[in-house]
Structure formats: structure tokens, C-alpha cells
Design a protein around this ligand. Structure first.
Ligand code: ADP
Ligand code: MG
Length: 211
């Protein structure tokens, strides 16, 4: 079974940048509905800088890629999402190896979620990116325990995140800017949960490309 290494991590970031640019307007519109409309721009710009820095200074290992992503998102992305994703990628460096199997993929995602929760203190059901990461990890863990490949674990994570993002629609936001809207936040999909689904989908795409 193909394990995931630094080439996967770099390819993931290129694909993430392309996907977030492609979905920039959709994320802006989602954030306009329940926030301030900056999420699509923040994410597309942030990952644009990530790719630029990857080209200038290619890291040698997966942890180096995650560290570069964390530092770039922390310094270049405003709003709540920059520090939240930044902390996620900082924590992910601790679980990163250069031969990630399916269990390793689960460990990386768990570390990322731990970082998001440490930073934002959200639980599931509060209409945030936590509602995408949590089912993503459950699905990836099930795949790993069933003996699936890392690419299959990431695809399960991506599908779990997309489902989790859709399930934020009927929720009322109780964390972040959307919580200011109270009941009026109901009926809209959370932008951060949506960007998480795109991020994990591109991780799976990159893994499938080397499998
Ligand atoms: P801002 O709300 O500051 O404009 P963004 O628009 O970039 O920041 O990001 C908004 C997203 O951040 C939300 O859709 C939500 O998923 C996520 N978010 C906000 N607060 C939290 C939190 N405390 N914990 C987890 N995620 C959060
Ligand atoms: Mg916003």
C-alpha cells in the first residue's frame, strides 16, 4: 500500500490552493449569509501564499510542509479561520511522518482537530469547522480499522467532512461571528466547515494520484 510522503503533502497544498480559488465565490457567499463575507478571499489568498512559499523554499518532509502552511496561514490570513487552521497545521506537524499509512492519516487529522478545539473551544453542533472535522475523523478511523489504504482513509474523511458541512445547515451558530445572528444563522451552511471539506477532498485527490 502506498504510504504518503512529502511529495503528497506538497501536491495536496497545490490542489488545495486551486480548489479554494475555484470555490472562492461560493465561500464568500456562504460567509456573506452568516458572517462578514471574507472567508473565500482569506482562504484563496492564504493558500496562494502557501504555494508561493513552497516554490521558493521547498520543505524536505511532511512536517516541514505543515509548518510552512501553519506559519503562512497565521501571518497572512485574517479572521477566525487563519489562526484556527494555523493551529491545526502546527499540531499536525507533531503527528506527521514521511510514510503515513491510514492510521497515520487519522493521527494527523486528530491532531489538527485538537488544535482547532484548543484554539476555538467549539464542540460539535455549534455550526463551525469542528462539525466537518469530527465526522471526517470518525470515517477515516473506520476506514483505517478496516485495513484501507491512506488514500481510502482520506477519501472517507473528505466524504465525512462534506456530509458534516451539509449538516450544519439546520444548526444555530453559537461560536464565532455567525453566533451574533442567533436564530437567523439557521438555514445556511457554515463556510469554515465547507472549506474543511474542500481541503480534505484535495488531500484525498493528491493521495489517489500516487496510489
Ligand atoms: P471571521 O468569522 O473572523 O470573518 P472567517 O470568515 O475566515 O473568520 O472564518 C469563519 C469560520 O471560522 C466559520 O465558518 C467557522 O467554521 C469557523 N469558526 C469561527 N469560530 C470558530 C470557533 N470558535 N471554533 C471553530 N471554528 C470556528
Ligand atoms: Mg468571515
Amino acid at each position: 500500500m502506498t504510504k504518503l510522503d512529502v511529495e503528497w503533502a506538497k501536491d495536496w497544498m497545490r490542489r488545495a490552493s486551486a480548489s479554494l480559488t475555484e470555490h472562492r465565490m461560493e465561500l464568500i457567499d456562504l460567509d456573506r449569509a452568516i458572517g462578514d463575507g471574507d472567508h473565500g478571499e482569506n482562504m484563496a489568498r492564504g493558500f496562494g501564499f502557501v504555494v508561493q512559499r513552497l516554490d521558493e523554499n521547498p520543505p524536505e518532509d511532511v512536517a516541514g510542509v505543515f509548518k510552512l502552511v501553519a506559519q503562512t496561514l497565521m501571518s497572512k490570513v485574517g479572521g477566525a479561520a487563519g489562526p484556527l487552521y494555523g493551529t491545526a497545521f502546527i499540531r499536525a506537524t507533531k503527528a506527521a511522518t514521511d510514510d503515513l499509512d491510514a492510521a497515520g492519516v487519522v493521527a494527523v487529522c486528530e491532531a489538527a482537530l485538537d488544535g482547532i478545539v484548543a484554539r476555538g473551544k467549539a464542540s460539535t453542533g455549534e455550526k463551525t469547522m469542528v462539525d466537518a472535522w469530527t465526522p471526517a475523523i470518525a470515517a477515516a478511523r473506520a476506514a483505517a480499522e478496516a485495513g484501507r489504504s491512506p488514500a481510502e482513509a482520506l477519501r472517507a474523511a473528505a466524504d465525512g467532512a462534506a456530509k458534516g458541512a451539509a449538516e450544519t445547515i439546520p444548526m444555530q451558530a453559537t461560536k464565532g461571528r455567525a453566533s451574533y445572528l442567533g436564530e437567523r444563522s439557521i438555514g445556511h451552511q457554515d463556510p469554515g466547515a465547507t472549506s474543511t471539506a474542500y481541503l480534505l477532498a484535495t488531500a484525498a485527490d493528491a493521495a489517489e494520484a500516487v496510489s
